[in-house]
Design a protein around this ligand. Structure first.
Ligand code: MOS
Length: 728
C-alpha cells in the first residue's frame, strides 16, 4: 500500500483500542524474568562460550600473537583471530573491522574470541592470549585536530549572515561543548550463533533485524537467505544496537570454528570502547537580534571527530528548522579521530544540538530582557525557514510552551538569577524547546486469522523496551474489531516481513502503519470469504457486519487460516511535508550554595507529536528520555586519555548515569494532536523527543538558580563552585 497524504477517516480513528493507555502485553514476561533475551534463549543444545579480547592499544598494529598458552588452557576449543577467521568483507556498516588485526583502529577493538566449554574457562584462557603490539601515533584530542576538520557536506547559507550579524543591535557569540558519552543499556550486546551446514542463525540483541541480517551475510560472504537473525526482546538499544557488533560476528566465527553453537556476551567493560558511542561536539552559536527580539542572523557551526570514513554528530539538525530568521549559516566540520567509533546515541543530532542552541536562546532572551518563552514565540515559524514554500505539517511548539508554563508555575520564576533561596539551597526554573524530526520508514507485516478468531501479527519489528508489541497489537485489534487479548504479536525474526525496525523514533508510527496495511488486506480477504461485496464492511466486537448482517469474524477462517501481507510505503512524502515533533521541557533545580551539589526537583515535558498510540507506553518512554537528559546535563562524560587514546571510565563504577534517587517528580503532557500527513495512524515519533532539550532546560534552571552560566557539559560543580553567590 502506498500512503497518500492526507489520510482520510479510517478504522484507526475509532480509538477503541488505539490511543488508550494500555499495559504492555509483554509486561508479565518482562517483570517475571521470562522474556528470553539473546543470551538466555534456550534454543541450542550444548553451546560453547566465547570471550572477547579487546585491543590494548588505541592505534597501531599487532606485531604478533602467541596463542599457545591460551590454547592449552582447560576447556578451550578454539581461538579466532583475524589470522584464521577467513576473509571478512565490509557490510553496509563497519563490520569487517569488528575483528581487528593486524591493523588496530581503536582501543578495545576485538582482536580475538576465545571459545571454551564454559564461560569461566573462556574468560580464564583469554587472559593467556599474548598480543605483541606496535603502538602507532593517533589523534585523540578533538581540540587539537579541530582545525584539520573538513566539511562532510556543503554549508547552508541563506541571506548574508556576516552582514546581518555585524549590524544586529543585540548579539550573542558563544561556544558550547558536549562530551563523548557511552551507551549503558542493561542488556549487553549479546548473541548466540548456530550453523546448520551453510545456514546461520543468530539470536541477538539488535534494533534493526534486516540491516543486521544483510550485514552478517555480507561480512561473512554468504547469501542473505542463508542468515536468520532473531531478536524478539531487546534490553535497551538507544542507537548502540542499530548495527551488527562484535558479539554477533564473533559468535558466528566461533561457532564455525568449533562446529557447535557459541554464545558471546560482550563484557560490560568493553562497552565504552568496543561499541559505538556519542561523539563530543564543539558548537559555536551566534545570534543577532533586533531590539524587538526578532532574530535577524543565526549561525550554528559544529566540530566533531570520528574514525576515517565515519560521520558527524548532526548537532546542527534542529537549527535548520526551529526558529525563523532571514540570514542563516549552518556548518559542520568533521575531523579524523582515532578514538572508538562514533555513531547514533539517544536521539543523535538534536539531543546534543539542543543542549547548546537552547542555552544560547536563554542567554539571548536575557540580553533582550524578554521572557524565554516570549522570545521563542517571537521567532516561531510555521514554514521551513530555509525553504518557506515547505510548511510544517503540524507545529505546536509555542502551544507546548504555554501549556507547560501554566502547569509548571512558570510565572513564579524570578527572571533575575541567583535570587531565590531556601535555606542553603539556591533555586531556579529553566525551560527549553524540544524538537526532533519525524521519519517514516517503509514497513511490512503479515497477519493471520485463525478459526478461533485469533489474529496473529508477524513482522521483524523489534521492541527495544518501547512498547512495539503492544501498539502493533492495538493496531491489529482496532483494524479487525477484536479486543487486544485476541491478538498475538510475534516480532524480531528475519523470517517475518521486513519492518521499519527501531531507531530515530520512526518505529512506532512506521511499523504500526505496516500492520495497518496488512490488516486492510486481511479485511478484504475476510469480506470476500464471507461473501460481502459491499465496500461498507465493518469489523466490530468480533463480528463482520455488512448490510446490517453480523457474522462472527472467526467464521471466515473456519475452513483454514486466512493470511494477508502488505508493506506500507511513502513515496515522496518526505519531500511534500516537513514533519517534525515539538515539545517544551521545564525544570526546577536546586543548587547547594555551599557545596554546589545540584538536585533536579521537578521536571515537566509537554509534547506535540501527532496521535499518541498508547499514552501509557509513550509516557514511559518520555520519562525515560527525560532521565537520560539528567544524565547528559549533570553526569555523563567519557574521560578521554589523550595520550593513549581510550575512554578511561569504561564501566558502570566510573561512568555515572542517573539512578532512582536522582530522579524527582516527572510529569508528561501530550497535546491532543493528529497528523494526517504521516500515515493512516496519524502518529509520529515521540520517544526521542522526550530527551531533546532536557539538558538545556536543566542548565538554564541551574543558571537561574545561581547566576553562573556553564557552557560545557556535563554541568558539574567544579565548573561553577568558585563563582557561586555568597550565602549569608
Ligand atoms: Mo536511535 S539513537 O536512532 O536508535
Amino acid at each position: 500500500m502506498k500512503f497518500d497524504a492526507p489520510a482520510g477517516t479510517n478504522p484507526i480513528d475509532q480509538l477503541k483500542v488505539v490511543g488508550r493507555p494500555t499495559d504492555r502485553i509483554d509486561g508479565p514476561l518482562k517483570t517475571t524474568g521470562t522474556a528470553p533475551y539473546a543470551y538466555e534463549q534456550r534454543v541450542v543444545a550444548n553451546p560453547a562460550y566465547g570471550y572477547v579480547v579487546g585491543s590494548a592499544i588505541g592505534k597501531g598494529r599487532i606485531a604478533g600473537i602467541d596463542l599457545s598458552e591460551a590454547r592449552a588452557a582447560p576447556g578451550v576449543l578454539a581461538i579466532v583471530t583475524a589470522e584464521n577467521a577467513g576473509k571478512l568483507t565490509k557490510g553496509d556498516f563497519n563490520t569487517a573491522t569488528l575483528l581487528g588485526g593486524p591493523e588496530i583502529e581503536h582501543y578495545h577493538q576485538a582482536v580475538a574470541v576465545v571459545v571454551a566449554e564454559t564461560f569461566e574457562q573462556a574468560r580464564a584462557a583469554a587472559q593467556l592470549v599474548r598480543v605483541d603490539y606496535a603502538r602507532g601515533k593517533g589523534n585523540f584530542d578533538l581540540v587539537a585536530v579541530r582545525d584539520s576538520a573538513k566539511p562532510p557536506k556543503g554549508d547552508t547559507k541563506v541571506g548574508d549572515f556576516d552582514a546581518a550579524f555585524a549590524a544586529a543591535p543585540v548579539q550573542l557569540d558563544a561556544t558550547y561543548t558536549t562530551p563523548d558519552q557511552s551507551h549503558a543499556m542493561m542488556e549487553p550486546h549479546a548473541s548466540i550463533a548456530a550453523w546448520e551446514g551453510d545456514k546461520l542463525t543468530v539470536w541477538t540483541s539488535n534494533q534493526m533485524v534486516n540491516w543486521g541480517r544483510g550485514d552478517v551475510a555480507k561480512t561473512l560472504g554468504i547469501p542473505k537467505e542463508n542468515v536468520r537473525l532473531v531478536s524478539p526482546f531487546v534490553g535497551g538499544g538507544f542507537g548502540g544496537k542499530l548495527f551488527v557488533r562484535a558479539d554477533a560476528l564473533l559468535a558466528a566465527l566461533g561457532a564455525k570454528a568449533v562446529g557447535r553453537p557459541v554464545k558471546v556476551a560482550l563484557q560490560r567493560p568493553l562497552m565504552a570502547n568496543n561499541t559505538t558511542h556519542r561523539p563530543a561536539t564543539i558548537q559555536h552559536i551566534r545570534l543577532g537580534c533586533g531590539r524587538d527580539g526578532k532574530i535577524s542572523a543565526i549561525a550554528h557551526e559544529e566540530w566533531c571527530g570520528d574514525l576515517p570514513g565515519g560521520g558527524p554528530e548532526n548537532s546542527v539538525a534542529q537549527t535548520h528548522l526551529l526558529y525563523a530568521g532571514p540570514n542563516r549559516l549552518i556548518a559542520q566540520r568533521l575531523a579524523v579521530l582515532d578514538l572508538p567509533e562514533a555513531n547514533a546515541m539517544r536521539a543523535p543530532g538534536e539531543a546534543p544540538g539542543l543542549m547548546a542552541l537552547e542555552i544560547a536562546m536563554d542567554e539571548m532572551a536575557e540580553k533582550l530582557g524578554l521572557d524565554p518563552i516570549e522570545f521563542r514565540a517571537i521567532n516561531d515559524t510555521q514554514v521551513d525557514p530555509e525553504k518557506p514554500e515547505r510548511r510544517f505539517s503540524q507545529r505546536q511548539l509555542i502551544e507546548c510552551m504555554r501549556t507547560g508554563a501554566a502547569r509548571f508555575g512558570w510565572d513564579k520564576r524570578n527572571p533575575k538569577p541567583g535570587q531565590v533561596r531556601e535555606g542553603r539551597w539556591l533555586v531556579g526554573l529553566g525551560m527549553a524547546a524540544a524538537f526532533r524530526n519525524n521519519i517514516n520508514m517503509k514497513s511490512a507485516a503479515r497477519v493471520r486469522l485463525d478459526g478461533r478468531g485469533v489474529v496473529t501479527v508477524e513482522t521483524d519489528m523489534t521492541d527495544i523496551g518501547t512498547g512495539s508489541y503492544t501498539i502493533l497489537g492495538q493496531t491489529a485489534a482496532e483494524m479487525m474489531g477484536v479486543p487486544l487479548d485476541r491478538v498475538v504479536v510475534k516480532l524480531g525474526d528475519s523470517s517475518f516481513p521486513v519492518s521499519a525496525g527501531s531507531g530515530g523514533q520512526w518505529g512506532g508510527n512506521s511499523a504500526s502503519a505496516g500492520v495497518y496495511a496488512a490488516c486492510v488486506k486481511l479485511r478484504e480477504a475476510v469480506a470476500q470469504k464471507l461473501g460481502f461485496n459491499s465496500p461498507d464492511v465493518a469489523f466490530v466486537d468480533g463480528n463482520v457486519i455488512a448490510g446490517g448482517r453480523p457474522v462472527p469474524l472467526a467464521q471466515a477462517a473456519r475452513d483454514g487460516e486466512i493470511v494477508a501481507e502488505d508493506v506500507m510505503e511513502y513515496g515522496d512524502l518526505a519531500k511534500r511535508y516537513q514533519q517534525s515533533t515539538f515539545g517544551a521541557h521545564f525544570v526546577e533545580a536546586a543548587v547547594d550554595g555551599y557545596t554546589g551539589e545540584i538536585r533536579v526537583r521537578r521536571m515537566l515535558a509537554v509534547c506535540a507529536a501527532g496521535r499518541i498510540l498508547n499514552p501509557k507506553a509513550a509516557r514511559s518512554q518520555v520519562i525515560g528520555a527525560m532521565t537520560m537528559g539528567v544524565g547528559a546535563a549533570l553526569m555523563e562524560e567519557l574521560a578521554v586519555d589523550k595520550r593513549f587514546g581510550f575512554f578511561v571510565n569504561h564501566d558502570l563504577a566510573g561512568y555515572e548515569v542517573p539512578v532512582h534517587a536522582d530522579i524527582p517528580h516527572q510529569e508528561v503532557v501530550f497535546l491532543d494532536e493528529t497528523d494526517p500527513t504521516t500515515s493512516p495512524m496519524k502518529a509520529k515519533g515521540v520517544g526521542e523527543l522526550g530527551l531533546c532539550g532536557v539538558g538545556a532546560a536543566i542548565a538554564n534552571a541551574v543558571y537561574n538558580a545561581t547566576g553562573v552560566r556553564v557552557r560545557d557539559y556535563p554541568v558539574t560543580l567544579d565548573k561553577f563552585l568558585d563563582r557561586l553567590p555568597a550565602i549569608a
